[in-house]
Design a protein around this ligand. Sequence first.
Ligand code: NAP
Length: 330
Amino acid sequence: MTTFPAWVIREGERTNVAALEDIELSALDDLPVTLRVGYSGLNYKDALALGGRPGVIRRFPLIAGIDLVGEVVESRDERWQAGDVVTLDGAGLGEDRHGGLAGMARVGGDDLIAVPDAFTPAQAAAIGTAGFTAALSALALERHGLRPGDGPVLVTGASGGVGSIAISLLSRAGHEVVAATGRVEQMRERLTELGASDLVDRADLEDKGRPLGRQRWAAVVDGAGGQILASALSTLRADGAAAAYGLAASTDLPTSVLPFILRGVSLLGINSVHVTPERRRQAWELLARDLDPAVLDSLTRTVDLADARDAAAELLAGRGTGRTVVRIPS
Ligand SMILES: NC(=O)c1ccc[n+]([C@@H]2O[C@H](COP(=O)([O-])OP(=O)(O)OC[C@H]3O[C@@H](n4cnc5c(N)ncnc54)[C@H](OP(=O)(O)O)[C@@H]3O)[C@@H](O)[C@H]2O)c1
């Protein structure tokens, strides 16, 4: 009988309860590809789930973890063979399907990606949903028509997982990147090393300004929502676009139609959970091309599976920076 450790979330009365348990393989769903998980990661959703907060987990009990990197041990899907090293981000993992914070996983074959040669399995986990979302945001802006030389690109939530990787990807692609952060002095050196040419204090974006402000940004990658996204929209240049992926500040969007109808700006929604296999491949190709593994290492820390909940608490408290990889014991 094969057992393995897993962070299991059970429904509680007011909050949910996360516990590291020993699980049998038979507890997993009957899906075609069985993986030995080597690494997972911590994203904001994982932090909410491990912290017992409602809203992320939609089926109980469920193994947490919206990302995984592992080796195929058995496959009924002819596209995948034993020994393949693969990664999967989103696709319901850790929300309505058993996720990656576990020694083993069973998944469908459609959304799997072979880990690119450019990255080790641990680096692929460091990328995880955060890097995947940053790449989807960059691709969306590129499809909108953004080209290097068009003007500064504002990245909000800059010290976070998505923000940090977005800065690196966009600057590598030749864009001028301005980082908006709540920790200007603390993060100046790191964000500059990642490729930001300038920093703005996010407090400057938190004030309700005029419906249309000075045109500053050719594009925006936003992880904050709320007034911060509204301010960014009102200061986008004509025909610019904002890729909105996050809600670190708020789910509200207190804007007006003026930036849209007088400046022709666009708001592009980014959803990293439900993504076509083709777009998944494009995002990972972009990451393999433009994300320097050494830069990725510089913003990554690694914790053991048993310490995932403590690390998640730091993320929830807003003390996290960069990416946290979770190492799964073999
Ligand atoms: N759409 C999707 O598919 C998708 C995918 C991934 C993540 N997300 C969402 O995107 C957001 C960021 O994810 P992440 O993984 O990068 O999280 P993260 O690593 O926790 O980073 C979030 C960053 O946002 C900034 N921030 C924190 N509290 C804030 C506040 N009250 N107001 C404004 N900014 C604040 C901080 O950066 P500074 O200190 O530099 O300001 C923080 O580092 C989360 O809301 C997450 O749920 C969505």
